[in-house]
Design a protein around this ligand. Structure first.
Ligand code: C2E
Ligand code: MG
Ligand code: MG
Ligand code: MG
Length: 289
């Protein structure tokens, strides 16, 4: 009977497993071609300083249009990590964004570029040196570069990862903890992590509704980060009420659809204008209160 059940189970599972495997292999093959053919492009989303009233940073986000259809990063980044293609994609993202934002970055030393980095890249032998060499060859000042990592890169206490981040920070690069608050470790662990900034995950920002009561969690996160000397960015800011609330809590930087969607570099002027309008509107709203 056990054998029969096992056999049934096997028959029931096989088609699904095959479909998943085929889909995965297909995605990987497509991604390999995309890398070879330079089909991975970069979009930029402005990150504004409500105090300075201007765009302080752009985050580079990978885009893949496969046969005219956009594949979301949540689908292709995990495939890229599993297959090792993330290394080539990651370097491509750095090279493209260094080049495309060069003029904007040259406008002020206060401006910076944020690029997402996978733990797979940090485990490479020469990641830090490769990044610094690329920056130099592109005329990019390392002090204007922010590398965004998630908490998962610290899970296995990998000495090599810590060393790579140390080399980068020593050269002036900042490290930001992305999706802050969604990880498994406590707020208290923040002080042990080699980071310069945190990006509060948008799930916390979305808790801010008009007329909502105080959100002690948010103010604790911001105050704790500030007491450790870290810069705080809020992700996923979609409403003026959220922006005003976060500004009152002294959040340093704001990012979200309120200011702009991610845009290709050709759309940067538009993104800048739209975020300037949103900052103005926000200022007006704060003054009226
Ligand atoms: P992330 O680094 O946390 O990036 C922020 C994500 O939130 C982006 O999604 C962005 O488009 C989206 N977003 C921005 N503002 C808002 C908003 O107001 N509301 C909402 N609902 N969403 C907003 P995207 O571009 O789909 O990227 C998803 C994730 O994929 C990124 O999350 C990052 O973890 C990963 N990713 C993207 N590009 C790269 C890359 O070049 N390398 C690596 N390793 N990961 C990347
Ligand atoms: Mg990010
Ligand atoms: Mg994030
Ligand atoms: Mg995220």
């Amino acid at each position: 009977a056990a054998k029969a059940a096992g056999k049934n189970q096997y028959l029931r599972f096989q088609p699904e497993m095959m479909t998943a495997l085929v889909r995965r292999t297909d995605m990987e093959a497509g991604l390999r071609l995309a890398v070879d053919n330079d089909e991975i492009t970069v979009n930029y989303q402005p990150i504004v300083s409500p105090v300075r009233g201007e765009v302080a940073q752009f985050e580079a986000l990978a885009r893949w249009d496969r046969n005219g259809e956009r594949v979301p990063p949540s689908q292709f980044i995990p495939t890229a990590e599993r297959s090792g293609l993330i290394s080539a994609i990651g370097m491509h993202m750095l090279q493209e964004s260094f080049t495309q934002l060069r003029a904007w970055l040259a406008g002020s030393p206060e401006r910076s570029l944020a690029v997402n980095v996978s733990g797979v890249q940090l485990r490479e032998r020469d990641f830090a040196d490769d990044v610094l060499r690329l920056a130099e060859s592109c005329g990019m000042n390392p002090a204007q570069l922010v590398l965004e990592v998630t908490e998962s890169v610290f899970f296995d206490h990998d000495d090599h990862v810590i060393e790579q981040l140390g080399r980068l920070r020593h050269a002036g690069v900042s490290v930001a903890l992305d999706d802050f608050g969604t990880g498994y470790s406590s707020l208290g662990r923040l002080q042990d992590l080699p980071v310069d900034a945190v990006k509060i995950d948008r799930s916390f920002v979305s808790m801010i509704r008009t007329g909502a009561e105080k959100l002690p969690i948010l103010s604790s996160m911001i105050n704790m980060a500030h007491s450790l000397g870290l810069t705080v960015t809020a992700e996923g800011v979609e409403t003026a009420a959220q922006a005003a609330y976060l500004t009152d809590l002294q959040c340093d930087l704001l990012q979200g659809y309120l200011f702009s969607f991610p845009e290709p570099d050709t759309g940067l002027e538009i993104a800048l204008l739209r975020s300037a309008d949103a900052v103005d509107a926000l200022e007006g709203m704060r003054l009226r209160r």
